[in-house]
Design a protein around this ligand. Structure first.
Ligand code: PLP
Length: 231
């Protein structure tokens, strides 16, 4: 039974409806399919349903899928916590890293990005208050961090990412996304050409799109519920 293509179509419809409802241009929100913990064959099913952007959180698991699917033109985004002893794999095998929250990690990714590849796309993960995880840079530290990272030639600083705490109420869901949008506007005012807000998941993508998300990261909504524990 293959429901991945039906799920994908439903998520695309939710994105289109939210774009329309909140006055966002059609096609201004991209869909990242979060395939962490899913087998390669699920990624392939999504690919055959037209999906091209995939997000992974665990390096070893991701490398296996990337290797198995190297004949396909997929774009790989790393969205999990970055350990400094894993940066070489990220710099070599990924197109994007969304979860950079300190300069040392950015510096390593810059130094390890192979010269034959285009600069690695980077989002800064921000700890907007009320976040479930402690990961992410503090908002006050972001202007200086962003300026420093923007100087690194093998990286391309694209925008900001956050993983807010789960809420069911729409107005509450919007608050951290709003803070992220305000922070992005400040950085743009300061001369950094950021074009990406990586925010919104299965349960809160409408709230994120209302606040200007350009990339929603959807796992369960496409691939079904995950097992409770990570591999
Ligand atoms: C797992 C994960 C997602 C996807 O969450 P769903 O609720 O399954 O849509 C999005 N972003 C990050 C950073 C994740 O770790």
């Amino acid at each position: 039974m293959d429901t991945i293509d039906q799920n994908l179509e439903q998520i695309r419809q939710r994105i289109r409806a939210a774009e329309q409802h909140f006055g966002r241009p059609a096609g201004s929100v991209s869909l990242l399919a979060v395939s962490k913990t899913r087998p390669t064959q699920d990624v392939l099913a999504a690919y055959h349903a037209g999906q091209r952007l995939f997000g992974e959180s665990y390096v070893q698991e991701a490398l296996e899928k990337i290797e198995a699917l190297k004949e396909y033109s997929l774009e790989w985004h790393f969205i999990g916590p970055v350990q400094s002893n894993k940066t070489k794999h990220l710099a070599t095998h990924f197109d994007w890293v969304h979860s950079v929250d300190r300069f040392k990690i950015a510096q390593r990714l810059n130094d390890q990005r192979p010269g034959n590849l285009t600069p690695l796309n980077i989002c800064l993960q921000i700890n907007v208050s009320g976040e479930a995880s402690k990961a992410g840079a503090q908002p006050e530290a972001v202007p200086e961090l962003a300026r420093a990272i923007a100087e690194l030639p093998r990286l391309r600083l694209r925008g900001l990412m956050a993983i807010p705490a789960r809420h069911t109420e729409f107005a509450t869901q919007r608050q951290p996304f709003h803070r992220l949008r305000v922070l992005q506007a400040q950085l743009i005012d300061a001369g950094l050409p950021l074009d990406t807000l990586s925010m919104g998941m299965t349960n809160d993508l409408e709230a994120a799109i209302a606040e200007g998300s350009t990339l929603v990261r959807v796992g369960a909504g496409i691939f079904g519920p995950r097992a409770a524990t990570a591999p």
